[in-house]
Design a protein around this ligand. Structure first.
Ligand SMILES: Cc1cc2nc3c(=O)[nH]c(=O)nc-3n(C[C@H](O)[C@H](O)[C@H](O)COP(=O)(O)O)c2cc1C
Ligand code: SF4
Length: 433
């Protein structure tokens, strides 16, 4: 079961039998509406009792919705166990994937659910400092929600807002910690994990804003309620950003495990699906049609749901050209700190651009595959691995197109770029801050 919310209007959401939508109200909700629907956040009042929430989060099976699907209770437990003293919690709303719109929508129409989750998780782990890291900085909706909550004395911790630079890597958690510390939003090698040594050396819990919204509901309704949607292995619902072949974008709240074809068009107008965004995987149309929105089924195709970006590539576009364009962007977005990004990604991007041009050298495809093998697993963050996943799947799915281009032909009847990229991409070091 799915629920649609048009990106621009947020209208049309309707309560479904399974209880969806859980996160997205039909219209933007201020604090009054939010409290009328959910009541006040159920604080436990003491550290011991607050820790019960971590057990509930474990029982719920909630995983992070920022891309890696890591069990939330495990990070919470590490921060909760750390010695008393300064502890930090961060709601990650940087949404640095250019094709994702779900966090921006959630923060716009249900800011109080995210803020409830931030405060409830803070109480559970004993955080002394709370941050919001936002793509658009302090938006009117967030400022209003914080002011309304302050006037009602709803929040245990004050919240500091920091704007994320509009860079692909800015949302990675070590980049986030560097940025909140006043430095550039560049990733650093782990360990130590930020849960052990994060902002200013303090144990730091970083959770995606959608993850915190789910947590706010688990705190109210419990793990059994959460598990009423989704699959046993991957419970709950998730927000997805869907690009339709007609270039319309929609944010859906969907149960995990729904057939992908209920979200994406698989008709004659679609040639391939991109699942999981720009670190995701291209899937060819007929084979992909039986898949579901669940990592369990997608992993057979070396794919994952990631942060929920799903693209139906129209049949009139050249998938190879689209993949080459995005790979050029990803290579330019590398922080250039590690060998694989510095040397590997630009070569891979240039190779793919050559394949997408008219005619290419015989060995270019093999070179791209070889370079992809060389960069895998060798970066401080997983940017090279994610980029290579995207590139390898493009080489497979668009192999017929590569053959056409080698003969100076192309199947596209529409040359308009389809996959979104940021305008006026920054190019200097200063742009990381
Ligand atoms: C290149 C890269 C970009 C990322 N961008 C984001 C992002 O924009 N928003 C986000 O919440 N997590 C992002 N992440 C994941 C974060 O590192 C971190 O795992 C996440 O914020 C933790 O929250 P979650 O467990 O609730 O998903 C990114 C990771 C990588 C490797
Ligand atoms: S792997 Fe690439 S993106 Fe990640 S830290 Fe190293 S240079 Fe930066």
């Amino acid at each position: 079961m799915t629920t649609t919310v048009n990106e621009s209007t947020a209208g049309g959401a309707a309560r479904q039998a399974t209880g969806l939508p859980r996160l997205l109200p039909a219209a933007p909700e201020d604090l009054r509406g939010h409290l009328a629907r959910y009541g006040a956040p159920p604080y436990r009042g003491s550290r011991d009792r607050a820790g019960v929430l971590i057990g509930d989060v474990e029982a719920s099976g909630l995983t992070g919705r920022g891309g890696a699907a890591f069990p939330v209770y495990r990070k919470m437990a590490i921060v909760a166990r750390a010695r008393a003293g300064r502890k930090v919690i961060v709601a990650n709303g940087s949404e640095s994937e250019p094709a994702s719109r779900k966090d921006e929508l959630l923060l716009r129409i249900a800011p109080n659910l995210v803020l409830d989750g931030l405060q409830l998780a803070a109480e559970a782990v004993g955080a002394t400092e709370a941050h919001l890291y936002l793509h658009y900085g302090p938006t009117p909706e967030i400022l209003r929600a914080l002011a309304e909550r302050a006037s009602r004395g709803l929040d245990g911790l004050g919240v500091t807002i920091t704007q994320a630079p509009p860079r692909f890597l800015a949302g990675q958690e070590t980049a986030l910690v560097n940025r909140l510390g006043g430095g550039p939003a560049l990733p650093t090698f782990q360990p130590p994990r930020v849960t052990e040594r994060g902002l200013g050396g303090a144990p730091t819990l970083v959770q995606n804003v959608e993850t915190l919204a789910h947590l706010a509901l688990i705190a109210r309704y419990g793990p059994r309620w959460f598990r009423a949607a989704g699959t046993d292995a991957e419970p709950g619902s998730m927000l997805t950003t869907v690009y339709r072949p007609d270039a319309k974008t929609q944010v859906f709240e969907a149960e995990i495990g729904v057939p992908l074809r209920t979200l994406l068009s698989g008709g004659a107008e679609t040639q391939a699906w991109l699942v999981g965004g720009y670190h995701g995987t291209w899937l060819p149309m007929p084979q992909a049609a039986g898949l579901t929105l669940a990592n369990d089924t997608l992993k057979r195709f070396e794919a994952s749901v990631g942060a929920g970006v799903l693209v139906a590539l129209p049949a009139d576009r050249c998938g190879l050209t689209e993949a080459a364009r995005v790979t050029g962007y990803l290579a330019a977005e590398s922080a250039g700190q590690c060998g694989p990004c510095l040397n590997g990604l630009p070569r891979i991007a240039a190779g793919l651009a050559e394949l997408a041009g008219p005619g290419h050298r015989r060995q270019t495809r093999a070179d791209v595959e070889r370079w992809a093998g060389l960069v895998t697993g060798r970066g401080a963050c997983n940017h090279p691995d994610g980029t290579v996943r995207f590139v390898r799947s493009a080489l497979t799915v668009f192999a017929p197109e590569i053959a056409l281009h080698a003969r100076g032909q192309c199947s596209a009847t529409n040359r308009k770029p389809f996959l979104p990229l940021p305008n006026g991409m920054p190019t200097s070091e200063d742009d990381w801050t």
